[in-house]
Design a protein around this ligand. Sequence first.
Ligand SMILES: [Zn+2]
Length: 220
Amino acid sequence: MYSQAEENYLKTIYALEREYGNEVSTNLIANKIKTKASSVTDMLKKLALKKLVIYKKYQGVYLTEPGRLTALRVIRKHRLWECFLVQKLNFKWDEVHDIAEQLEHVKSELLISKLDAFLRFPKLDPHGDPIPDEQGRIIKRQTMSIVEMKIGASGTLVGVKDSSETFLKYLNKKNLGLGDKVKVIDIEPYDNSYHIETKTHRLVITSNVAENLLIKNVKR
Ligand SMILES: [Zn+2]
């Protein structure tokens, strides 16, 4: 069994590998979890001894198969708990991430498989992210962010890249939620803001916001 800190590192490395597509540098990790590079190095050495990562000084780090599996198990727990909090305890989608950060470290595999069954084996968490199965298999979603869409294109909002409370609160305020049909009406050349339309209203969002919205079934 691994400590919370170790699990959090594995999860962070997994996310960074996915984002950057190759070995992850110590500085990248330090930035992401807001800690000193020297503490990161200490932890990476520890994880390497446990054969969870391959760590080469000055080159960076990547997950071994057991490391990847451990990261995916933590992610699985996190996302199942988020489903539970929203579906069964009526939390809002912007309230669950921090609580799930605590619950994701629960050790009992039996609890998690019962939770999975209780929720009827959900495929996606409340933010639209896929939930890995017990073997660590995870579906890839065919989505694109709004910034990749052309004027006139439309699709369904199925996920968010940024699931922070502030971003989700912002979406609530703008009356945007998962499942909404979204159409790009215009792109403002001056500041790259996006004029978009849903079934109920029109609004303008910054390119930063557009970047963080994931759309499926895009049609031109
Ligand atoms: Zn979360």
